[in-house]
Design a protein around this ligand. Structure first.
Ligand SMILES: Cc1ncc(COP(=O)(O)O)c(C=O)c1O
Length: 366
């Protein structure tokens, strides 16, 4: 039905009416006092979500832009970068670092699993000459629905002395992630996920340790240059024309997030994901990630029942129930479908999705 679509993909996620109305405003000048005041407020809000005292840069790009910014401001040719890979998005760090001339070491586990901190410790312990400079990881691996134990992994990296770079694109604003307390050096995210606004903004926070490494970067990125962003933020502005309307929308979304409170946001994501997972199991379907300890509260991957195809499930859900769920990616294409409980999603939405999925499966099995 027109205008009734419910996005259950892991981004873009549904946008609340308050945010949509904020988006409808005329643009204002990005060098104006009014915009600087908004930027200041948004900056404080982002620091609160990131749980950090460091500045949070706001980029006009998708989340991958912030990944390029992290690597492009830290890595020199020949640097050793260890990439912890549990899915497609973890692999993206390795691709970006290779294109920057880094010597990439990959610790990759079968998709559907998380990184075991003992495996990381073993690699770091062997690196007695401290050659590994950067370790990348994905907090919430959207392609599989697995959450990495970032707190433990970041502590090991800090102990070794390397810089930890964490993709929090589908974890911030959904799952607990405490940048300063957990000792994460660089943390990135994107707008179209837990932040409940459309795609187009990416965020990056880098602490003092990361900035020290950045100062030694011989050819830092131009558009995403950390030094430029820092200097401009001190004057409540950005180096280039920012996506003004998206930042106004973000201001509104952060206001909603503050009203709900971070702990309540995390609790809602957990409850919704558990409800969804239980409902799916009750239907007799299998979850791709069965281990509750690593299963994501933002995205749940489901195996189709015998004799029913993923494309048919997605098509029926969309055409008959106005619900869009995601396919699997790459090797998992048509093998799993993924349902997001990320961002502006309520218990009612999950119950509706479960009832719709049940009818869909019953119908397709006939
Ligand atoms: C964990 C993760 N990292 C990176 C990305 C890439 O973000 P974007 O598509 O906004 O560039 C995504 C997108 O879904 C993601 O889920």
């Amino acid at each position: 039905m027109y205008d009734k679509e419910f996005l259950m993909i892991p981004g873009p996620t549904p946008v609340p009416e308050r945010v949509l109305l904020a988006l409808a405003k005329h643009p204002i000048g990005h060098r104006s006092k009014e915009f600087s005041a908004i930027l200041r407020r948004v900056e404080e809000g982002l620091k609160w979500v990131f749980q950090t005292k460091s500045d949070v840069h706001i980029y006009t790009s998708s989340g991958t832009g912030a990944m390029c910014s992290a690597i492009g401001n830290l890595v020199n040719q020949g640097d050793k970068v260890l990439c912890l890979i549990i899915g497609n998005f973890g692999k993206r760090w390795a691709k970006i670092a290779k294109m920057r001339g880094a010597e990439v070491i990959e610790l990759e586990v079968p998709y559907g699993k998380a990184i075991n901190p003992d495996d990381l410790k073993e690699i770091l312990d062997k690196d007695v000459n401290k050659e590994i400079k950067i370790v990348t990881m994905t907090h919430n691996e959207t392609s599989t629905g697995v959450t990495n134990p970032v707190k433990e992994l970041a502590a090991l990296i800090k102990n070794h002395g390397a810089i930890s770079v964490v993709d929090g694109i589908t974890s911030l604003g959904a799952l607990e992630c405490r940048m300063d307390e957990w000792g994460i050096d660089v943390l990135i995210s994107g707008s179209q996920k837990g932040f409940m606004i459309p795609p187009g903004l990416a965020f990056l926070a880098a602490n003092d340790r990361a900035f020290e490494v950045h100062k030694k970067c011989v050819y830092p990125d131009f558009y995403f240059n950390w030094t430029d962003y820092k200097k401009n933020l001190e004057k409540d502005t950005t180096p280039w024309t920012p996506a003004v309307n998206l930042i106004v929308a973000l201001d509104s979304a952060l206001e909603m997030m503050k009203e709900e409170g971070l702990d309540n946001i995390f609790a809602r994501h957990k409850e919704n994901a558990m409800l969804l997972r239980q409902g799916i199991k009750d239907m007799g379907l299998k979850l791709f990630v069965e281990d509750e300890k690593i299963a994501s509260y933002a995205i749940t991957a489901v195996l189709p029942p015998e004799g029913v195809s993923v494309p048919d499930i997605r098509k029926t859900l969309k055409e008959k129930y106005d619900i869009t769920v995601a396919n699997g990616q790459n090797d998992l294409k048509d093998k799993i479908f993924r349902m997001g409980t990320l961002g502006f999603v309520s218990r009612r939405d999950v119950l509706t999705a479960l009832a719709s999925l049940k009818e869909t499966i019953d119908e397709l099995k006939k």
